[in-house]
Every structure is written in C-alpha cells, then in structure tokens.
Design a protein around this ligand. Structure first.
Ligand code: URA
Length: 219
C-alpha cells in the first residue's frame, strides 16, 4: 500500500484501508528527526468506526512512554469533559498530527508535520468519521487548511468536504487558562447537542445556524 501520495479531503468515502495496514506501513518510521529521540511511536487509539475523531498535536512525555495518545494530564481533562458531549473514550478515535514526541514538548516543525501528516490523513480516510474535533492550533491548521488562530475559529462548526469540523482549545492549554477551559466545555456541550440532533445515518452537515464561510483559507 502506498500512503505517501494522498489527495486532499474528498466527499466520497475512499477505498477501505485498515488502521492496521496504515500502522504497518509506518513500521519503525524514520521520516523525521523525532525518530531519534522518541521512546514509542504513538499511532492512535479507539473505535475504528468512530463517528467522532479527535486530533491533538503530538505525544507528550506520558504518551511517549506508554504509546497511547492523551494519557497524561491533558488526557485526564479530555476524559472528564467527553461526557459533556455524551461520549466515552470507547466511542471515539484519537490521534495526533505528529506520532512522535518533540523533545521538551516543543512545537511541531513544519517539516515534521509534512513528513507525518500523510499517515494522519490515511487514518482519517480509514475511519471516515462524521465529525472531526481538532484540539489546538496545529491540528486545526492541518485539518482546516488555515492559519487563523483557534480563538477565532472555535465555537462553531466548519464543513470541510465530507467532514464537520469542530475546532476547540487544546485540553492542556485549557488547564493553564480557566477562561479557555470554560470555552472548551461550552464547545463540548455544543458537540453533544449536535450529536443528539443528528442521529447516526442522518448525514453530517453543518447546521444552518453554525454555517459560516471560513475566512479565507491559507494553504
Ligand atoms: N497532547 C497532545 O496533543 N496529544 C497527546 O497525545 C497528549 C498531549
């Protein structure tokens, strides 16, 4: 299976490629310098048929040691607020833009995102969720193809091809800023409301009241 040449998001469900196949292609990935410092490649975890997929930035210290996304403090915060959307960890799939921890949790470098993101794109195509929740700026910028900041994008849904996208604050950042935590929780309630009003199979479309054209996207 070739994963390195992948077109952008489409409306049609693509061919089925399993999450295991994509993981097998990654193998002991050495495509960027993070391979030299990582303990474990953190691929992703959860329901391969999830209706809602969450995307974070990159593994932190605990994730690097345990090989699973969002198992540290940010993960505890995420677990705590999932119920606001009527969701459990078992319902969802979680992955990061980068599969390996940047040393000291520094921001991802553009070349690392470029090297790693084809795998995330394949994961999205395999799961084919209705809704993608992007946690923080790197995930939001990757999915929405914009450089607009999260504070301007959050609080509403965006349509991106087939997907309804809900950008929101990163749960780690929200732990440091109570005002952001409140907004993060408000966004999760908005997601729960959307899920309740759009039962499975009803087709995922941005509800009219939230449907605003994205400010000009920057590629
Ligand atoms: N922060 C992230 O963005 N992802 C993780 O997996 C953990 C912390």
């Amino acid at each position: 299976m070739g994963v390195m040449h992948i077109p952008g998001h489409e409306n049609q469900r693509p061919r089925e490629v399993s999450l295991e196949e994509i993981r097998a292609v990654m193998g002991d990935c050495r495509l960027c310098e993070l391979a030299q410092t990582r303990t474990t490649l953190v691929y992703g975890v959860g329901n391969p048929r999830a209706r809602v997929m969450f995307i974070g930035e990159a593994p932190g210290k605990n994730e690097d040691l345990q090989g699973e996304p969002f198992v540290g403090r940010a993960g505890e915060n995420l677990n705590g607020i999932l119920s606001l959307a009527g969701l459990k960890r078992d319902d969802i799939y979680i992955a990061n833009v980068l599969k390996c921890r940047p040393p000291g949790n520094r921001n991802p470098k553009p070349e690392e995102v470029l090297a790693c993101s084809p795998f995330l794109r394949e994961q999205i195509r395999s799961i084919w969720p209705d809704i993608i929740v992007t946690l923080g700026n790197p995930a939001t910028h990757f999915v929405l193809k914009t450089e607009i900041g999260i504070t301007r994008l959050r609080g509403r849904f965006h349509q991106m091809g087939h997907f309804v996208v809900m950008p929101t604050f990163h749960p780690a950042a929200a732990l440091r800023n109570p005002a952001w935590q409140e907004l993060l929780e408000a966004d999760f309630r908005m997601l729960g409301d959307y899920l309740a009003r759009h039962p499975v199979g009803s087709g995922a479309q941005v509800p009219a009241e939230h449907s605003e054209a994205l400010p000009k996207a920057v590629e």
